[in-house]
Design a protein around this ligand. Structure first.
Ligand SMILES: Cc1cc2nc3c(=O)[nH]c(=O)nc-3n(C[C@H](O)[C@H](O)[C@H](O)COP(=O)(O)OP(=O)(O)OC[C@H]3O[C@@H](n4cnc5c(N)ncnc54)[C@H](O)[C@@H]3O)c2cc1C
Length: 364
């Protein structure tokens, strides 16, 4: 079976790895370098509790399923790629500033996977938190992965499993010949395949031909990385509060993220920088002594109803893996597993039906 995957982000690469391992002949096309899109720009959180709010929805179930796949996925990936990806389940603290907020968090904790901590208990887990917090929700199973290393690891693993990767080659159009074979046109070549997987992140709706109607839009997110003053560090859990999150990674802390509907613009802005710093300082006042080392922006792939678009389109053999929005790193293991199962005509996880591309009233 010949498979063409359009897009070498976390989604396309994880699917490529899975499909190459199953014996398919896989070609991955990327318009730039692999894993340099949202995968590179992200915070790398595996936050099935902190990031996903609506308990019981298919998005939550799928997120938890993927979270549960992560430990084995990480181990297998490190040994297949030879790249350390530093997957950790250090938990997340969702900090509450006011008492009304604290009560709401407590209520949410009762139905969910998290427990409510008093200010003292929260500060034992994260001593840099100020004493005037009202408490925090503790999500012990949330964690993180080094997303930049993850991109490298998936690239290595896919290639080692036999996938071919063509960088700097954008897919321009997807067509289907009378024989049923798919034709993917790029500026350089015409590629042919039995199966096409469209996994081009925020750009998934930009490719002409059969998938031109895919309703995916970019949502910009800006982030900062702060470096610790000499001799200081802040290891420990992810911290959420004041509308931002903090991700401790080695001697740095990532602050994220803005949510902006500004098309394909990826310029970091002074406005976002001060917004992120102000909120991070309110959450952890000690960060005023840390210095900004990096400021970047990326584009999340968003669908009209906020759920991912994963599955076979109305055109048999044309699969979509997009719309993961804020959770594409979290969802990677479950997404790759589901798409590979669908291509191989195996039974995928039940909740995947809710993500079918055919739910939109369009040609796809
Ligand atoms: C600031 C920020 C923070 C985030 N934090 C988190 C987080 O903590 N946890 C989490 O789970 N998720 C997070 N996300 C979301 C996550 O990054 C995305 O959902 C995920 O990376 C999407 O992966 P992807 O492979 O679909 O897209 P991408 O990583 O964007 O990859 C798409 C690839 O397709 C290529 N491409 C585009 N057009 C074409 C074409 N025509 N032909 C060939 N190739 C093409 C691009 O070059 C790119 O390499 C964050 C996102 C942002 C922006």
């Amino acid at each position: 079976m010949k498979v063409i995957i359009i897009g070498a982000g976390v989604a396309g690469l994880a699917i490529a790895w899975r499909m190459a391992k199953s014996g398919a002949q896989v070609l991955v096309l990327d318009r730039a370098q692999p894993a340099r899109g949202a995968t590179y720009a992200s915070a790398g959180m595996i936050a099935a509790t902190a990031e996903i709010a609506v308990a019981g929805s298919p998005g939550v179930l799928f997120g938890r399923r993927s979270r549960d796949l992560w430990p084995d996925f990480a181990k297998e990936l490190e040994s297949a790629s030879g790249v350390e990806i530093t997957f950790r389940q250090d938990g997340a603290l969702i900090v509450s500033a006011g008492s009304e907020d604290a009560e709401r968090l407590q209520r949410e904790a009762m139905g969910g996977e998290a427990e409510f901590l008093s200010p003292e208990q929260a500060r034992m887990r994260a001593p840099m938190l100020p004493p005037d917090i009202a408490g925090a929700l503790w999500a012990p199973r949330d964690g993180q992965v080094d997303n930049r290393a993850l991109g490298q690891a998936l690239t290595n693993a896919a290639i080692r499993a036999g996938a071919k990767l063509s960088a700097n080659e954008a897919a321009v159009r997807i067509e289907q010949a009378d024989s049923g074979e798919f034709v993917v046109l790029t500026a350089f070549r015409i590629h042919r395949a039995d199966v096409v997987v469209l996994a081009a992140g925020a750009w998934s709706g930009q490719i002409g031909g059969l998938a031109a109607d895919l309703p995916i839009r970019p949502v910009k997110g800006e982030m900062l990385a702060l470096a610790a003053p000499e001799g200081e560090a802040m290891p420990g859990p992810l911290l959420w509060g004041h509308g931002v999150y903090l991700v401790p990674r080695k001697d740095r802390i990532f602050i994220g993220a803005t949510v902006e509907e500004v098309g394909f613009d990826t310029k970091p802005s002074a406005h976002a920088r001060s917004w992120l710093l102000e909120r991070a300082h309110a959450l952890v006042p000690g960060l005023r002594e840390w210095s900004v080392r990096e400021h970047w922006a990326g584009l999340r792939p968003a669908s009209p109803d906020g759920l991912p678009i994963i599955g076979e389109s109305g055109i048999p053999g044309l699969f979509i893996a997009s719309g993961q929005y804020r959770n594409g790193i979290l969802l990677a293991p479950a997404l790759a597993e589901a798409v590979a199962q669908l291509i191989l005509k195996l039974e995928p996880a039940e909740e995947i039906a809710a993500f079918s591309p055919v739910r939109f009233d369009r040609a796809l």
